[in-house]
Design a protein around this ligand. Structure first.
Ligand SMILES: [Fe+2]
Length: 336
């Protein structure tokens, strides 16, 4: 199969209060607003090469409106369409904002996805144009502002089934998975379209609500910047949900926090590059440090909440067997 997808290009998320979310992204995350169209607000990191990487969309609750990948070529977009239709998926072509002719579909587990080849590259206004030819814009003045969008992690009732389908149909490489120590249950997997350890994460969803997202992530260049971001969040009374620490899987330094809609966002840095085209994914146990390399930090129970919220107080309390629920709050369990 030809390489179909190149990288995650943008994430669109819904929020009940667009102004509050946008104010948070611009003030505390360090994104820049680039456009407003039909109530949708387009934002970008200072180092994103295209026009935007985050779209904040009005909605009743925090949720994933779509996650978008750029294809490797115009031909790859057509081939992806053929493969999706052959897999029985209904696709819709549309004209996207600054991405031209694009296709969208809802995957087998309810997750909206957009694929496109055309893009509009960012043209910085003069006052923020970089002095360096390869930089799309000057480095942000916001402490710890991310350079670019990094990955999205969805939640699904069948982690291995989800990974296999996106591998077979769209060519995502499966890089690693986590199976509980206590039971033969896959709780986490990481997929990638390039040399990063993942641009698509998959966590187990114990709820019956399809198409949920657990978090999405930005990239900062250095460990020091991530720690400065953590310090700055604390100084502005924005709770850090988990981290800073290092994931075993991917070996990235991470921290998680929430925007006003309660949607979880992550900052990442570091980690390995993997160029092996026929990589065989290893299976981790949580006790080996899949989530926390140091094997010493309890993952907060709140990390199992995905979006939109399920009917109950948290995903792990909605139909997950008791022994699995216990495993999910094990200090070494899942997430990346
Ligand atoms: Fe993540």
């Amino acid at each position: 199969m030809i390489k179909l997808l190149a990288h995650l290009s943008y994430v669109a998320i819904t929020t009940p209060d667009v102004d509050a979310s946008v104010e948070f992204y611009t003030t505390h995350v360090g994104l820049t607003e680039v456009a407003r169209e039909n109530g949708r607000v387009y934002l970008r990191c200072w180092g994103d090469y295209y026009s935007y990487s985050v779209v904040v969309v009005p909605g009743d609750e925090p949720a994933l409106e779509t996650m978008a990948w750029r294809t490797s070529s115009p031909e790859a977009l057509e081939e992806a369409a053929r493969r999706l239709e052959a897999a029985g998926v209904e696709i819709e072509w549309f004209d996207g904002y600054k991405i031209g002719r694009a296709l969208r579909f809802v995957g087998p587990w309810g997750h909206p996805m957009t694929l496109h080849w055309d893009v509009e590259r960012h043209q910085a206004p003069a006052h923020v144009a970089s002095i360096y030819p390869d930089r799309p814009e000057k480095r942000s003045k916001v402490a710890g502002a991310p350079r670019q969008l990094d990955h999205v992690t969805i939640a699904t009732s069948d982690v291995d089934g989800f990974a296999a389908w996106y591998n077979e149909v769209l060519g995502f490489r499966i890089m690693a998975r986590t199976v509980l120590d206590e039971a033969p249950l896959s709780v986490f997997s990481v997929l990638t379209t390039n040399e990063k350890s993942h641009d698509l994460g998959v966590v187990l969803d114990g709820s019956s609500r399809a198409g949920r997202v657990n978090h999405y992530a930005f990239w900062v260049d250095t460990y020091e910047e991530l720690l400065i971001a953590a310090d700055t969040l604390m100084e502005h009374v924005i709770p850090i949900e988990y981290g800073p620490s290092i994931h075993g899987i991917g070996e990235q330094t991470f921290l998680y926090y929430r925007e006003p809609s309660t949607m979880r966002i992550e900052l990442n840095t570091g980690g390995y590059r993997n160029y092996v085209p026929d990589w065989t994914p290893n299976t981790w146990k949580p006790s080996q440090g899949s989530s926390n390399l140091y094997r010493n930090g309890a993952m907060p129970m709140s990390m199992t909440e995905s979006f939109p919220p399920a009917d109950g107080p948290s995903a792990t309390e909605e139909g997950v067997p008791e022994e699995i629920r216990a495993a999910l709050i094990n200090p070494y369990t899942q997430h990346g």
